[in-house]
Design a protein around this ligand. Structure first.
Ligand code: ZN
Length: 476
């Protein structure tokens, strides 16, 4: 099993993780611990060591990999996927025996011939060009415009002006109203499921699915960041409601994995590198089309597994709130929607909870993976980390509503100012984008379809191999 399971949660007291704790977090597939068969890190490590880029966690990772080579591989391993959006889902049941069998990429060149290999090489070249472009821009911007801290300060001042001139309705009201509407629509969804008419029944499934994702993704994400209210007490109450009751996950791990690690160390290898989203044992089609269905099933299971790491009273609270959320959903289907058997009620729960699982999984990998990655001991300043390592998608009405602007079209703004609500991220977007463009810093944007194609075409490079470390000389 993973070493992380026996390690304390790093940085739980608010500080950064210690080197030992960082080592505990490392056994992610990204850093080459996918098993003795994985060739990903082997050619990379000597080069990195030679260049002095490898951090102590990566060295630890190397030695761990060597140790694993000497030992027989475990029959199965489990890790959590902590979602980008605050609805911290886990997904990972990697069976080593299964993994080698389904790794279709290995067989593809043999099946499709040398033309296939040449196309794959061209894609890899395109990918490298895409990665180096924003970095060049960032370096130029830094040389020409002064220090990173000054830039960050200037941007914060501009955004603060916008926030100060905004009303409560703009700062919190709009998003609270969307969440309240979603809660109010839930009874209508359950009532629609009583209907014999197929269209009304489908409407009920759609209402419940959309409300589920609005409450679990948008609600959990904003609540975890404390962006719904300025009251600490109410922030905590909303966090427990959205994360534990609605999402069936633990608030403690959601906060630690998303706020502390993902936001604190965006695209830093082994810390906030989105590697928990990678399942290198799956081929591209299984991952992109079938793996999302695992999300509603694995989320509460991983939460249960994580309870071993928290205090008994916290575990009891989390367990009670998760049970309350799941059982009330089931009870309403039996008693309000008049489902006749437990099996059909459970099937309906699964369908509504996986309605938007595909865009949810896709968005979480599209926003960071494939962009510059940094070494823990040479991570760049915040302004460069965020402008290089985060990407915005265009506005998409259904996803804007259910996941929120901070996850879709204002993800860059959200990483710069994580305590702003979705509506405020949308409001400050012109200020942030204009500032970054004026200072010649990258502002990454791409369409959902383009990212989808990129991930399907370059799945091996993006989701299986160890990402190359980007070193910004003079910018750390
Ligand atoms: Zn966030």
């Amino acid at each position: 099993m993973l070493l992380a399971e026996s390690c304390p949660i790093p940085g739980r007291n608010g500080g950064p993780p210690t080197p030992d704790q960082m080592n505990c977090e490392l056994p992610h597939p990204t850093v080459g611990l996918s098993g003795p068969q994985s060739p990903a890190l082997q050619p990379l490590q000597p080069l990195l060591l030679e260049q002095g880029h490898v951090s102590s966690p990566l060295k630890a990772c190397h030695s761990l990999q060597q140790r694993r080579r000497a030992e027989p591989p475990p029959s199965a391993s489990t890790a959590a996927i902590i979602t980008e959006s605050g609805c911290y889902v886990l997904l990972q049941h990697i069976c080593d025996t299964f993994s080698e069998g389904v790794r279709a990429q290995i067989a593809l060149p043999a099946l499709f011939g040398s033309g296939f290999v040449a196309r794959r090489r061209r894609r890899a070249d395109t990918l490298r060009a895409r990665r180096s472009e924003p970095m060049e821009l960032a370096k130029r911007g830094l040389r020409e415009r002064g220090g990173a801290e000054t830039l960050q300060g200037e941007l914060e001042a501009l955004v603060q002006d916008v926030v100060r001139s905004s009303s409560w309705w703009e700062r919190h009201g709009v998003d609270c109203a969307i969440l309240a509407l979603s809660l109010l629509a839930v009874p209508a969804g359950f009532l629609c499921l009583r209907a014999e008419n197929t269209l009304v029944f489908a409407l009920g499934i759609t209402i419940l699915g959309v409300c589920h994702y609005t409450l679990t993704v948008k609600g959990s994400h904003l609540a975890t960041h404390g962006a719904l209210t300025e009251s600490k007490r109410w922030s905590r109450i909303w966090e427990l409601f959205f994360v534990e009751v609605c999402t069936s996950f633990t608030a403690e791990h959601a906060n630690y994995g998303h706020v502390k690690m993902h936001h604190g160390y965006t695209n830093v290898i082994g810390l906030g590198d989105s590697s928990t989203w990678k399942l290198p044992c799956l081929n591209r089609y299984v991952y992109m089309f079938l793996a999302p269905f695992l999300i509603p099933i694995l989320t509460p299971l991983v939460a249960l597994e994580r309870l071993r790491e928290v205090a008994p009273q916290t575990a009891l609270r989390t367990l009670s709130l998760i049970a309350l959320g799941l059982y009330s959903h089931y009870w309403l289907l039996l008693n309000v929607s008049n489902f006749r058997s437990p099996a059909t009620a459970l099937a309906c729960m699964f369908v509504t909870r996986s309605l938007l699982a595909h865009p949810y999984l896709h968005v979480n990998i599209f926003q960071h993976i494939g962009l510059p990655m940094f070494s823990p001991d040479k991570k760049p300043q915040r302004v460069h980390m965020m402008s290089l390592g985060v990407l915005n998608l265009p506005r998409l009405p259904v996803l804007d509503w259910t996941f929120g602007h901070s996850i879709i079209s204002c993800h860059v703004e959200h990483h710069f100012f994580p305590r702003l609500s979705d509506n405020m991220c949308l409001k400050v977007k012109p200020v942030v984008s204009q500032f970054l463009q004026e200072k010649q810093l990258p502002y990454n944007e791409d369409s959902y379809l383009a990212r989808f194609r990129l991930f399907l075409n370059c799945y091996e490079e993006l989701m299986v191999q160890t990402p190359p470390i980007t070193e910004l000389v003079g910018m750390q």
